[in-house]
Design a protein around this ligand. Structure first.
Ligand SMILES: Nc1ncnc2c1ncn2[C@@H]1O[C@H](COP(=O)(O)OP(=O)(O)OP(=O)(O)O)[C@@H](O)[C@H]1O
Length: 284
């Protein structure tokens, strides 16, 4: 299997001031991410997600273990050539406009002239900030800032994108835009490694997830397998009359070997309801 990311037995300790014992932030974590896969790392605050990502990017030095990106050791600077990164709290110059910001990062990545201008335009369109491209970031909303952050991470057409909390502080509308952008990256074969506290979104975009707790990987697998309830079968009926539901109940009871756990109207999610009642609402 061709791997975009290989993290093997990663260990990282910190020695916070005023604390005698070292703090074990990441404890023998291993993660493989295949080319083109969208992988989500989830876990409570302080469980080691950002530290794992930073070690993968060579931004923190591991105490043990290895991290590789497309087969290259993460501690080598050139391993980051094909990587875009959106940090948890990106800092941007507030006096620059959206397009100036992208131009700035594009130049840092060696883009110049017509190629840079074309890339800036393309990215502003991709993150739906064409109209706001000439406005200063100081006036951007949180969702717009995250989208410019995402555009910044894509500037040099990376093959791997690492997103630390891409939807932090963003409302459901902005989160949905970011989710769609991640799905778009997946469509284009770009590998995505993300961590987020928005579990419903992780469920929607990721092929595989890992759950990390107190620095340790406690569960990992394809999302469909992890979420399937082994001993249950779901049947969803449209327009079923109460009589039909009663018949189904009788049939199951007569059969004896199975139990009907629930029959009623399925629930939507609060996120879907929010979107339906706000942006998706059509004026009469
Ligand atoms: N530079 C540092 N110095 C000291 N301790 C640190 C440092 N960076 C992280 N830690 C500690 O390591 C642990 C893991 O932190 P990390 O930021 O990786 O967690 P996280 O899962 O990303 O959390 P969150 O969901 O809050 O972003 C925490 O206890 C944190 O306080």
């Amino acid at each position: 299997m061709d791997l975009a990311v290989e993290i093997k037995d990663l260990v990282k300790q910190f020695r916070p001031a005023g604390r005698k014992e070292p703090l074990l932030a990441v404890d023998r974590v291993s993660i493989n991410i295949a080319l083109g896969e969208v992988y989500g790392l989830i876990g409570p605050n302080g469980s080691g997600k950002s530290t794992t990502m930073k070690a993968l990017l060579g931004l923190v030095q591991p105490d043990a273990g290895v991290c590789r990106i497309f087969g290259n050791d993460s501690m080598r600077v050139d391993s980051r050539q094909d990587v875009g990164f959106l940090p948890e709290n990106p800092y941007f110059y507030k006096h620059l406009s959206g397009s100036e910001t992208l131009r700035f990062y594009g130049k840092l990545c060696g883009l110049r002239g017509a190629k840079l201008e074309a890339r800036v335009k393309e990215l502003l369109a991709l993150v739906d900030l064409m109209e706001a491209g000439n406005r200063r970031l100081g006036g951007y909303s949180k969702g717009m800032l995250q989208r410019i952050g995402l555009a910044q991470a894509l500037i040099q057409e990376p093959r791997l994108v690492i997103l630390d909390e891409p939807t932090a502080g963003v409302d459901p509308v902005g989160s949905r835009q970011i989710r769609d952008l991640i799905l778009d990256l997946k469509q284009r074969g770009i590998t995505v490694f993300l961590c987020s506290h928005l579990l419903e979104q992780v469920q929607e975009v990721c092929d595989r997830v890992g759950i990390i707790f107190r620095g340790r990987m406690v569960k990992e697998g394809p999302i469909d397998e992890l979420l399937a309830v082994e001993d249950q079968t779901e049947i969803v009926l449209r327009d079923a009359s109460p009589e039909l539901v009663a018949k189904v109940r009788e049939l199951v009871a007569a059969e004896g070997s199975a139990e009907l756990l629930r029959a009623g109207r399925p629930r939507t999610t609060l996120e879907r309801l929010f979107l339906q009642e706000t942006v998706d609402r059509r004026e009469p």
